[in-house]
Design a protein. Structure first.
Length: 575
């Protein structure tokens, strides 16, 4: 181990020869307890540093299962970031955490997703008030909590916000969803102070409300604005979001009055940002105030504008000076705003919310993308279900054109809800035009003729050995908006290479929906030289489990947790 690494651990130079002996199996001088393996004989500070610097959370998990001592030392990393992504987790894991305060005290980020639309059958929802009550009970044990996110169909009861505010002194990040219930103007949620991150999101169940016309405009509580503008001067991330189109329309023009010198991220959903009236120049005044907001916040790195098609409540364009947004590296919005960004060469992450519904709609996108010479990540939404022309022979060319327009792309997210659906093999062939691509996420409509997911994954790796990790998702039906919908099956895959850089094995985590709101999952490794089909055992997840250890073993299936970048938070997921 290099001495500079040991220095970063806070160790002196004197223990280095002794540490070397720990790794020498032929050393007769080192007296080691024969009941311990060599890594367990290392000093606690060294083992702790291994967990802190490990790139893969799965490696940390494997080491923690060696012994009770190893588990105790790695608990802070395994439970630093807990995401309860299913109803089963919301029930079993919260019950387990209430019984193990020594585990709960290490949680720094907690996300709770009761009744997730992706995996919840209609009519099989759980009581969100019960989930909130369980959370309230464990709040006194969450002394290290820094960020909390609630993603239910409705905002949780007031008791949860009160418990979080009183029991979690380090809490600086709050996220909550809004459903159909009216907002409480005196909610405990508006009583927080000195937050660095705040998110309030409208969550839609369906688009049935469209037949009644546009929803009436609502005002956000005055106490909310007082909290954000007056008591949270160090805000870094602010989101007032809603899927486009949203069933509730909030007037958020007051946001332009805020001045947050440290603001790095702003997300504004399908809400009212300017008056629809041209009288007395009110629309022009709103537009100018909106543009000035971007000008004064010089540290902005991410902007998301979730505008509804044909909405008159959003500015028609972005009129900012060339000296503005000099640090912007991530943008989420329609194509018309993309053309107005002053520094296209600095953009690295892009999500296009403009729906591509005809083949002719792709050409302007390809032209615009050529200006972003350093783009690393691209997300695109496609639905050609209603086009009258025959596009069956153009699918591969469509995918290739996206990749050729962005030669520096390292990650691609494609959401394609076209019916009839295409096959993965067409997409795999197109990936050959992107030698720099390292990962992708493909979401498409399920097709009865689709081959087994592991077979598709093997094909992709064999045809595109540069792809290091990727996600395949098949949907039950069309998703009418980008807000999400039910999944039929999903798979997360990571490629393993030999010493010469050749792919030799794929590590997989697959999940499949079943009836009665149950699901099955399987996690396995498959050698690329083995014959297909490969059919490992599916593990039923229909019944809740209250064991903390079972939830811990499942964390390696978290989408995107195959590798952790330096300094990022670890994640625990109960897939």
């Amino acid at each position: 181990m290099p001495s500079r690494t040991l220095s970063s651990m806070g160790l002196s130079a004197s223990p280095i020869p002794k540490l070397k002996n720990y790794f020498r199996t032929d050393s007769p001088k080192l007296a080691v307890d024969p009941r311990l393996c060599f890594i367990e004989a290392l000093p606690s500070c060294v083992i702790y540093e291994i967990g802190r610097q490990a790139e893969s959370l799965s490696d940390v998990l494997s080491l923690s299962l060696c012994s009770s001592r190893m588990r105790m030392l790695f608990v802070p990393f395994l439970y630093s970031n807990v995401e309860l992504a299913t109803n089963r987790q919301c029930k079993s894991t919260l019950v387990s955490l209430s019984r193990h305060p020594e585990i709960a005290q290490h949680i720094r980020r907690l996300e709770v997703h009761p009744n997730p639309v992706e995996w919840t059958t209609p009519g099989e929802e759980i009581d969100e008030a019960l989930v909130a009550d369980l959370l309230s009970r464990i709040c006194p044990n969450l002394r290290s909590l820094e960020a909390f996110a609630w993603n239910g169909w409705e905002m949780p009861p007031e008791e949860l916000w009160l418990a979080l505010r009183k029991s979690c002194p380090r809490l600086k990040g709050i996220s909550s969803t809004i459903g159909l219930q009216p907002l409480n103007p005196s909610s405990e949620l508006w009583n927080f102070s000195d937050l660095k991150q705040f998110s309030l999101s409208v969550k839609s169940r369906s688009l049935d409300w469209l037949k009644h016309g546009q929803p009436r405009v609502e005002r956000l509580p005055r106490k909310l604005w007082e909290m954000l503008i007056e008591r949270c001067p160090r805000m870094e991330e602010l989101a007032l979001s809603a899927p486009a189109p949203a069933h509730r329309l909030f007037d958020v023009r007051t946001v332009v009055l805020g001045r947050w010198p440290r603001l790095k991220s702003i997300t504004l959903g399908d809400m009212v940002l300017q008056s629809g009236s041209k009288e007395n120049g009110s629309m022009l005044a709103d537009h100018n105030a909106f543009m000035k907001f971007f000008t004064v916040h010089t540290r902005l790195r991410h902007i998301a504008l979730q505008q509804a098609i044909g909405s008159g409540t959003f500015p028609s364009m972005l009129n900012v000076s060339h000296t503005s947004l000099s640090h912007l590296e991530s943008f989420h919005g329609p194509l018309k705003y993309l053309r107005s960004l002053p520094h296209p060469e600095k953009l690295r992450f892009l999500t296009l919310t403009s729906l591509h519904h005809t083949m002719s709609s792709f050409s302007p996108t390809f032209t615009a993308l050529q200006d972003f010479t350093n783009l690393e990540s691209l997300s695109v939404w496609v639905d050609l279900s209603f086009t009258s022309q025959n596009y069956a022979n153009d699918e591969g060319q469509m995918f290739s054109s996206f990749l050729l327009a962005c030669p520096t792309l390292r990650h691609l997210q494609l959401l394609c809800f076209t019916r009839p659906s295409f096959r993965v093999k067409e997409f795999s062939r197109a990936l050959r035009d992107a030698p720099n691509l390292e990962s992708f996420t493909l979401t498409k409509m399920y097709k009865s003729s689709d081959e087994d997911m592991i077979a598709s994954a093997t094909r992709i790796i064999q045809e595109n050995p540069n792809i290091q990790e990727f996600t395949l998702q098949y949907t039950q039906d069309r998703w009418p908006t980008l807000s999400g919908g039910r999944l039929k099956q999903s798979g997360v895959y990571r490629t393993q290479y030999d010493g010469f850089g050749n792919p030799v094995e794929v590590h997989a985590m697959e999940r499949k929906a079943r009836s009665l709101s149950s699901e099955t999952s399987r996690r396995f490794s498959h050698k690329l030289s083995a014959k297909l089909p490969f059919n490992p055992t599916w593990d039923s997840r229909s019944s809740p489990r209250s064991s903390i250890s079972s939830d811990t073993r499942s964390l390696t299936s978290k989408v995107g947790s195959w590798r952790r970048s330096s300094g990022s938070q670890t994640s625990l997921s109960g897939w």
